[in-house]
Design a protein around this ligand. Structure first.
Ligand code: UDP
Length: 377
């Protein structure tokens, strides 16, 4: 490695990590003094590769031990071991992790044990409920304790970090890089993706995404029951599209509830560009996904959040989304309200996205140039 070059490892393993870190990787690669390598922990290898391809980013290293990891302790211990080997071999100056997955936590821990600095992208999100989202809430609390640089999307997340004793000088409010990804990917092609054209119609289109493990273990399928009931009552006036998450529990449950309903389309996960176009062409989004909650206001589509808690409180305070829980009746009522009451529907639109302007990666890169590049080797 050239003398003075700073080696940065960027760690990702799941679809949202790939989407949210791709713009950061592209930005950091523009810096001459940085040698950036991408490590994929192998949590969702296929989905991650599809997402990275869209941004013309490649993983330099891919772990294969998660293919056999069945439990969270196995994920953490396998990533910890693999990370140690990579850190030993590459001797990075900085490790960047994003969000709150078990593999991000494990890699950050391995970096800490090797006294390597960690930067945390999307720092400070908190639900203050250890079991929701599980296990992400504690993963991100632990990552915050390990990290040196904290890239918080909003002032709310900065405050959360300050409450936990994180030094203010190391917290940078930069927005969320999910909006950078959206800006990069939609470009001029908005509404033109070929796969989406086959799906969209003049009917009111509801986009459904569900994958949170705590919703499936505790509440069974209150959300699916409500959506099936909506499909039944509104018939050909609406169309519901459900790109299924790869999680087998979710797939099986959705098939059992939606099988005989012709106005519900169960489809495979879409690549990010098609999915973004599908979001943009939807009347309403019903989701338990973190990333989708952030993206919806940029596309001017109201979102109903099917979770008990959300760490994206900004969007609820703003009125662009509603937290509706996971009980059948509550979900059903919230959807019918937005289908039938134009005033309620319109009151949730035309809001400025609280998660940023799509330039978060540049801010992150500027901070890192300041902190790393001009530091002596
Ligand atoms: N997404 C996608 N294709 C799909 C479903 C979701 O590209 O079929 C994107 C979505 O736009 C968002 C991210 O994946 O950026 C969210 O991922 P997920 O819901 O798996 O995770 P979470 O955000 O809840 O961590």
């Amino acid at each position: 490695m050239e003398v003075g070059l700073k080696k940065i490892l960027v760690v990702l393993g799941t679809r949202p990590e790939a989407i949210k870190l791709a713009p950061v990787i592209l930005q950091l690669k523009k810096i001459q003094g940085f040698d950036v390598e991408v490590v994929s922990t192998g949590q969702h290898t296929n989905l991650v590769n599809t997402m990275l391809d869209l941004f013309s980013v490649q993983a330099d290293m891919v772990f294969n031990t998660l293919e056999v990891a069945k439990t969270l302790p196995q994920v953490v211990s396998n990533v910890l071991k693999d990370a140690e080997v990579v850190i030993e071999r590459t001797q990075p100056d900085l490790v960047i992790v994003q969000g709150d997955t078990a593999s991000a936590f494990a890699f950050a821990l391995a970096a800490f044990y090797n006294q390597i600095e960690v930067a945390h992208v999307e720092a400070g999100l908190r639900s203050y409920n250890k079991l929701s989202p599980f296990p992400e809430e504690l993963n991100r609390v632990y990552i915050a304790q390990i990290a040196k640089y904290h890239f918080a999307p909003t002032e709310v997340s900065k405050k959360n970090l300050l409450k936990e004793g994180i030094e203010e000088d190391n917290i940078f409010v930069v927005g969320n890089t999910s909006i950078d990804a959206l800006r990069l990917i939609l470009g001029d092609e908005r509404f033109n993706a070929k796969n989406v054209q086959n799906l969209t119609s003049s009917k009111k289109q509801i986009l459904l995404t569900q994958h949170r493990r705590e919703n499936f273990s505790r509440h069974e399928n209150g959300v699916f029951k409500a959506v099936a009931q909506i499909a039944h009552e509104y018939g050909s006036n609406i169309e519901i599209i459900f790109p299924m998450h790869p999680n087998p529990v979710v797939r099986e449950a959705s098939k059992s509830y939606f099988e005989n309903l012709s106005n519900i389309k169960l489809i495979e996960p879409l690549d990010y560009q098609d999915f973004s176009n599908l979001m943009a062409s939807s009347y309403l989004i019903v989701t338990d996904s973190g990333g989708v909650q952030e993206e919806a206001p940029s596309l001017n589509v109201p979102a109903l959040i099917t979770r008990d808690t959300t760490e994206r409180t900004e969007i609820v305070s703003l009125g662009a989304a509603k937290l509706v829980g996971v009980e059948e009746k509550a979900v059903f009522n919230a959807i019918t309200n937005l289908l039938d009451d134009e005033k309620s529907y319109e009151s949730m639109r035309h809001k400025q996205n609280p998660y940023g302007d799509g330039h978060s990666s540049l801010r992150i890169s500027n901070v890192l140039v300041d902190k790393l590049q001009f530091r002596n080797a």
